[in-house]
Unconditional design. Structure first.
Length: 410
């Protein structure tokens, strides 16, 4: 008997210009959550100084932020199955804006947990956006170029991550601003402005029609046989690899400023924030350069090489060599550049009707970013920040293992 399967594939027949506009708009979402993540890494050190929290406690910022991804990813995937990608994006933008504006009452309360609540709501919105945008970008073109297309879109995530620490370093450590008889906290002002920009984006997305993704039917004779999602090793392996990748990326970013101050004599917190911005610039350049290289080098080969190089660079960080090890950490950002989108694209390849659900599960693995910073902070409080970088070192070895396995199976 022939079994009919549904596979979300390419965009329904539309003008090429409509597809380009949709891709540009979706790419803007990658920039916005990169910006938000860049600000978060500066908040770690800011709250350590202003609210007197320990390094381990500051890791709760990432726990709230990336824990939200774990909670919302599957529900928003189900929601998009019924109402479409555009509705998922609009819900995400609304929560993003609400979370940013909640910095107003959080600043009034002046407690660490009030800020955690605001960041949690904001990150729920980002979880919706990440689930929708990664899947949408991956199907706005030919399947065989999905890794390249997703890496290109994610390059603007790197641009946002570069701008974030620049803004945070310039504003977060500045004194409060007196304006018309009111004292305005610079952190609150930054997030309120961010919220207003996101509201404007909601209006744009509401006004512009996005190309519809249509399912394409084909028989099990073409696919082979109908298979459970969990029988696809590229997907199950990607779950593990993505969990460890996010743990590594978030952990390295969260404690970069602490590490730079401790291993670069005379470096101030503000200057360390600017160094983090340079690291994010390295990340962005890595995305663009590596996306171009993928025209000539298989994605799996680059994944393996980049993961192993990062393991070596993390070993240099653990050694704690003054200044040189800070440069090594900046190098880590370059070689992290293509890991997330490459693992994501490999994980959802050839999954047919399971694609949306698989994408939701992969976004849930961002919970790795909620766990690693606390573990690294606990190690740093006892053994020093350098020793904490043993955590991302192990993570990169796991990612290399996934790449090796995928290369054998392709």
């Amino acid at each position: 008997m022939t079994v009919q399967l549904e596979m979300p594939v390419q965009v329904k027949a539309t003008a090429p210009s409509a597809t380009k506009i949709a891709f540009i708009l979706v790419t803007s979402l990658f920039f916005m959550w990169g910006l938000s993540h860049g600000l978060l890494d500066v908040l770690n050190k800011h709250f350590q100084d202003t609210l007197n929290v320990s390094k381990a406690q500051s890791g709760y910022l990432q726990a709230a932020y990336f824990g939200a991804y774990f909670i919302v990813a599957l529900p928003v995937g189900i929601f998009m199955d019924r109402f479409g990608y555009k509705a998922g994006i609009q819900i995400g933008l609304a929560l993003f804006a609400l979370g940013a504006l909640l910095f107003i009452p959080a600043t009034g309360a002046g407690t660490f947990f009030a800020f955690l609540g605001a960041l949690f709501v904001l990150a729920c919105g980002l979880g919706c956006l990440e689930t929708a945008a990664n899947l949408y970008a991956s199907v706005l073109g030919k399947p065989e170029t999905a890794e390249r297309r997703l890496n290109f879109a994610q390059s603007f995530n790197g641009l946002g991550a570069f701008v974030g620490p620049l803004i945070g370093g310039s504003l977060f450590f500045a004194p409060p601003v007196a304006l018309v008889g009111f004292t305005i906290d610079p952190v609150m002002l930054t997030y309120v402005c961010l919220g207003l920009v996101v509201i404007l984006m909601m209006v744009v997305f509401a006004a512009v029609p996005l190309p519809e993704i249509q399912a394409q039917s084909y028989s099990s004779e073409q696919e082979g046989t109908s298979r459970s999602l969990w029988s696809h090793s590229n997907f199950t392996g990607a779950l593990v690899a993505q969990f460890f990748y996010i743990a590594a990326q978030v952990g390295v970013g969260a404690f970069f400023i602490n590490y730079a101050i401790e291993h670069w004599s005379g470096l101030t917190t503000q200057k360390a924030s600017y160094l983090l911005s340079i690291a994010m610039l390295s990340f962005m350049i890595g995305r663009f350069v590596s996306t171009w290289l993928m025209r000539f080098i298989p994605a799996t080969g680059m994944l393996i090489a980049y993961a192993l190089i990062n393991a070596v660079l993390c070993a240099v960080a653990v050694s704690g060599i003054q200044e040189f090890s800070v440069y090594a950490l900046i190098g880590v950002f370059f070689f992290m550049s293509i890991l997330y989108p490459s693992i994501f694209a490999m994980g959802v390849r050839n999954l047919g009707a399971h694609t949306k659900k698989a994408g939701s599960y992969l976004v849930m693995t961002l919970v790795g970013g909620a766990i690693a910073p606390y573990c690294m902070g606990a190690i740093a409080d006892v053994y020093g920040t350098a020793m904490a970088f043993i955590v991302p070192l192990v993570c990169f070895l796991v990612i290399a293992g996934y790449g090796i396995k995928q290369r054998r199976e392709v």
